[in-house]
Design a protein around this ligand. Structure first.
Ligand code: 1GP
Length: 248
């Protein structure tokens, strides 16, 4: 398997402090609307488009990826809620293990189903440890996956999870407070984990301002995800400010 996208991520990280990923949800908007959002994200300076959500409610994933690729030249990476998100039009898939949980289906079960399909499609898998972190209210991912989030005031627990994931060969440690979280992952937790593991730390959930994004990057986040704020605001200036804050 070619690791083109992971390679690109590492190359970009040599030149800039962090990468900006904009998450688009095929369940929230039509493929055309998501195409417009991708164009906006690209114009604002985003590095990668993530397509995903916690549940696939009939959104047209393949068509969304096609429209997004027509509308921007950015790599399109799937952030899968389930197998339905795996489509050949994408460049890569975050091959997520929900390591904060203990649900075997989300640690290996879904992967066994997805792997042969992805091989056939020629899709790159980016082995990613997904750690759900308490962010206030119950998130869709917490509810749908039946797992508990890591406590936000216990960085040592997050550190141990991220290191175990690294030792298992995962390439990215993704700490997510969930879409629309009241509070993003604490900067102290990001700092603790980023200083403890060698793999890049990715942070998402509840990041709404360039100031918050800058603080998380300062703490050591190398990949920063926003979804909600771009979908809601559709504001090029805000996207540009977020990109600038994240690129450092
Ligand atoms: C959710 O990290 C993503 O999994 C994005 O969160 O929509 O709150 O930006 P937001």
């Amino acid at each position: 398997m070619d690791h083109a996208i992971l390679r690109q991520i590492h190359e970009k990280l040599e030149a800039q402090k962090a990468l900006y990923l904009v998450l688009l949800d095929p369940d929230s908007f039509t493929p055309d609307k998501n195409g417009d959002l991708a164009a906006l994200a690209a114009q604002g300076g985003a590095d990668i488009i993530l397509i995903g959500g916690s549940l696939s409610m009939g959104g047209e994933i393949g068509e969304t990826v096609r429209r997004v690729k027509e509308a921007s030249a950015l790599p399109v990476v799937i952030f899968p809620g389930d197998l339905g998100f795996v489509v050949p039009e994408a460049d890569a898939v975050l091959f997520l293990s929900l390591v904060s949980g203990r649900n075997p289906q989300l640690l290996i079960g879904e992967h066994v189903k997805a792997a042969p399909i992805m091989r056939k499609m020629g899709l790159e898998a980016i082995p990613t440890a997904y750690m759900l972190v308490e962010g206030g209210a119950t998130t869709s991912v917490e509810f749908m996956s039946g797992t508990r989030a890591l406590p936000r005031n216990k960085p040592d627990i997050a550190m141990a999870h991220a290191l175990a994931a690294q030792y298992l060969g995962m390439q990215i440690a993704f700490m997510d407070a969930g879409s629309g979280a009241e509070s993003h992952v604490p900067t102290e937790m990001v700092q603790a984990v980023a200083g403890y593991v060698d793999i890049p730390v990715m942070v998402g959930g509840g990041i709404r301002t360039p100031e918050a994004a800058a603080k998380l990057v300062e703490a050591g986040a190398r990949l920063v995800v926003t979804g909600d704020v771009v979908e809601r605001s559709r504001d090029l200036e805000l996207v540009s400010e977020l990109a600038a804050a994240i690129h450092g």
